[in-house]
Ligand binder design. Structure first.
Ligand code: FAD
Length: 461
């Protein structure tokens, strides 16, 4: 079996962690010929050379000044040309990069290649005859070859053996690929960042309390009346003919339009056809795994821009402006699509069964069982930070934040959570926020109503 693995060098100089899992998954398949494919500047060549030590038979670097500034669609186009030439049985991509974090390139690549996609793979069950994988949220999936899969963080990339040798890296430019220059780089990228702002959303004035006041503070916060402010377009000029795929994006759509049409979930091919015929001005998707991958496939089929994980929308009546955290979340970027319809996946608030959520971060790692006991005693639902999830302390479906879920409970108790902007995005609409952290300068206190400066073990035993 011939396998192409798409990899990218991270800002730390190492292989993007999700791509490391993709490479390991490929190397684990018996008798496979593994080809590494990477798009990047010429300076990434030594990284790719080093990667060949682990067992790839070839490594190809797609590098050309024309490719600079490519967004996800232009990147997928360039990768698709290379994969088209290599004719593999299987393409494996990491679920996402840690820099862009959109998770769009793999699904877009599958749509451009017309390969079936299995996204968010947790386990490769069989590669004999057809591809069978267990996925994160869509159960067992099967695909005929040639196929493409995107991999979660499910394994650890092997280390090179002492006697391993490197192979030389082939460099392919736009001429070698017969790429159309207008579909590469900035020219071929239908999304534009218009402005960036300091990200101050969700800041609160924190009152520091004693550990002994915790239980009464929670009880009082539970009783507080909440009047959620839902932005609405009334008395302003809204967008006409806005489509929502599934019910979840309706609240966000209402902030820019009162002309909203609900479209049921379907395949990317069918949805692309409906969009071609119905000509909406904007199409909004939820942020669950299915929506993210199907939105990316649909955008690739229509060759239009897709903005990921928007936290707010705005319009002047003609253009949709989309806001999302950028540059490690310290800034908010205002983005527009140059193509029509404007498309975005939007953060939607998940309704939780409990009015209290207890979020545990990496700082509470040695006290999880005590916290779980305490959480259950006060009737709290458990949640976590990404660092807790990445360290296998909590399951992914408890992760709150940009790449997790958004919650808005009456009370959000953050224990051992530093307050990275990526986390705050998912909890800033909570009624009352209570933070427990021994570091009085931890950013979480700037986004909390009540704070206890203490180690968790001295507050909850
Ligand atoms: C593109 C991208 C997307 C991301 N998406 C998300 C996301 O969706 N959700 C998310 O959460 N993160 C996300 N992150 C990661 C985020 O940037 C942070 O790294 C992460 O939130 C930090 O987790 P933490 O607060 O648990 O850990 P840390 O940052 O390590 O903080 C631990 C905290 O615990 C405190 N502490 C230490 N000891 C104790 C003790 N005994 N008791 C109590 N407190 C203690 C420390 O003072 C510290 O403030 C993302 C990052 C990127 C780059």
């Amino acid at each position: 079996m011939k396998i192409v693995v798409c990899v990218r060098q991270g800002t730390d100089g190492l292989i993007n962690p999700f791509d490391a899992c993709a490479y390991e998954a490929a190397l684990s398949i018996n008798n496979a010929e593994v080809i590494l494919l990477s798009m990047g500047p010429a300076s990434t060549q030594p990284f790719l050379t080093e990667m060949t030590r682990l067992g790839a038979s070839r490594a190809i670097l797609l590098s050309d000044p024309q490719f600079a500034g490519s967004d996800t669609l232009a990147t997928a186009y360039i990768l698709a040309l290379a994969v088209g030439e290599l004719q593999p049985d299987l393409v494996i991509c990491g679920r996402q990069t840690l820099v862009g974090d959109t998770g769009q390139v793999g699904p877009m690549l599958s749509a451009l290649l017309l390969y079936p996609l299995i996204a968010n793979v947790m386990r490769v069950v069989s590669t004999e005859g057809e591809l069978v994988c267990e996925t994160r949220s869509q159960g067992m999936q099967t695909a005929a070859y040639p196929a493409l899969m995107t991999i979660e963080r499910i394994n650890r990339l092997r280390l090179p053996s002492i006697r391993s040798k490197t192979k030389s890296v082939e460099i392919w430019d736009h001429v070698r690929l017969s790429a159309q220059p207008e579909r590469c780089g900035l020219h071929g990228s239908p999304t534009r960042v218009l402005e960036t702002y300091q990200n101050d959303a969700g800041r609160r004035k924190c009152r520091f309390i004693e550990p002994s006041e915790l239980e009464t503070t929670i009880a009082e916060a539970r009783q507080k009346d909440r009047h959620p402010v839902v932005a609405s377009i009334q008395n302003r000029q809204g967008l006409k003919n806005v489509w929502i795929i599934g019910e979840e994006p309706r609240e966000m759509a209402s902030s820019v339009s009162d002309d909203i049409c609900l479209i049921p979930r379907d395949t990317a091919e069918h949805l692309a056809q409906r969009i071609r015929e119905g000509r909406p001005s904007a199409v909004l998707w939820a942020s669950d795994a299915w929506s993210k991958s199907t939105a990316a496939q649909t955008a690739a089929l229509l060759q239009i821009g897709l903005c990921a994980d928007c936290t707010a929308l705005e319009t002047d009546g003609a253009t949709l402006f989309m806001y999302r955290p950028a540059f490690s979340g310290s800034l908010i970027a205002k983005i527009r699509c140059l193509t029509t319809p404007a498309m975005a996946t939007v953060r939607t608030t998940q309704k939780d069964d409990s009015d209290v959520v207890l979020a545990v971060g990496y700082g509470a790692r040695n006290h999880f069982s005590a916290l779980e006991k305490w959480g259950s005693a006060i009737g709290a639902a458990m949640a976590s930070s990404r660092k807790a999830v990445d360290n296998d302390l909590m399951p992914y479906d408890t992760q709150v934040g940009l790449t997790g879920k958004t919650l808005a409970p009456a009370v959000y108790i953050a224990v051992g959570v530093s307050g990275a902007v990526h986390h705050l995005v998912g909890m800033r609409n909570a009624g009352t926020v209570i933070a427990i952290n021994p570091d009085k300068d931890a950013p979480i206190f700037e986004y909390a109503d009540y704070g206890i400066v203490a180690e968790v073990e001295s507050v909850i035993s």
